[in-house]
Write a protein that binds this ligand. Sequence first.
Ligand code: COS
Length: 380
Amino acid sequence: MILTEKQQMMRELFRKFAETEFTDELLDKLEETGEFDRDIHDKMGKQGFLGVKIPEKYGGQGGDSLAYVLMIEEFARRSLVLSIYANTSNSLGAGPILFCGTEEQKQKYLPPIASGEKIIVFGLTEPGAGSDAGGTLTTAVDDGDCYILNGRKTFISGAPFADWAIIYAKTDPSQRGSRGISMFIMDMDLPGVSLGRNEEKMGIKGYPTSDIVMEDVRVPKDCLLGPLHRGFSVALQTLDGGRLGVAAQSIGLAQGCLDESIRYAKERQQFGQPISRFQAISFMIADMATELEAARQLTYSTAIMKDANTPDASTRCSMAKYYASEMANRAAYNAVQIHGGYGYIKDYKVERMYRDARILPLYEGTSQIQQLVISGNLLR
Ligand code: COS
């Protein structure tokens, strides 16, 4: 696929921002402290990146899914964790509000999300409802002017510093499985909301993750998002877009691995010549580049099909996520292998990329869940 001139310019803009702003010092600081960096987040907001996919009338840039993919790819090429900063607002955060929010809700929530003034997170997963996301145990009970929420959401990226969370809760226990679930926009400052501990993660350090605990939280009725008892299909619809975003992160990270591998292979001398001259190394690089390009084309075309709402768009989002995230892990493995012992040392970027890559086939649905979605749609 050949990008238009406008798309190439956008790519250039995203790349330049990442290369200029995602400095080695910042990346090291994120690794060392594990803390959220509000400054870089706010800079992304000022540039309009946090609302790339949010319509202009709600303060965003009104970009399409391909523009969003190009941004996430370029950010992840330099830093996976910083691509997450720009991802949540555009994807899992704003998605459900865009899909089924009332006009009032869109006007209230979307502009501050797009500007970065407010941060919203996605609360679906629970300790006992991971892959089986429809098995949610959190409850929301109608109490006149509000719903009373009780439960625990787990592994919620961004929870420690979020202003709002989209919470999925069972509103009709008589309905079985994933039915009878509703969505709420919960203010994180409400009485009864608390956080679990900050999780110590293998990678993507610098974007804290914790549980959200809800004990008799009174959420006003106007915070119900979308139709009562019918929230789960909106979660899956939102995750389609999220999975496309993870595919974009995967190709960005893999490109970073390839860049580092080519540079190192040309520099590193063994047996009296650069290791790039050995087929054992050069063939690994050929494989990385070929698989990466296949994943990139799948991801770009999926972005276009998603916007065109083709019947197979959802299947393709799962395919892109599945293939690209597994490919990124092979790329990270090969990058460390090409670096040899140095690849195992923190001074080299591929050490971090290798750890970061491991999240890609896990979050927003494991590879096995993607296989389930793809095969389920084909064999229905
Ligand atoms: N878009 C819109 N609606 C969808 C949809 C999609 N892509 N996929 C399914 N639906 C609808 C179905 O039509 C069904 O609607 P009805 O209740 O009206 O029949 C409803 O959503 C439930 O679908 P389904 O029966 O397929 O749900 P299951 O409970 O069987 O779950 C899996 C299916 C396992 C695929 C789903 O739970 C899943 O994706 N799990 C992984 C969750 C995940 O990614 N977690 C990551 C954490 S969030 S960062």
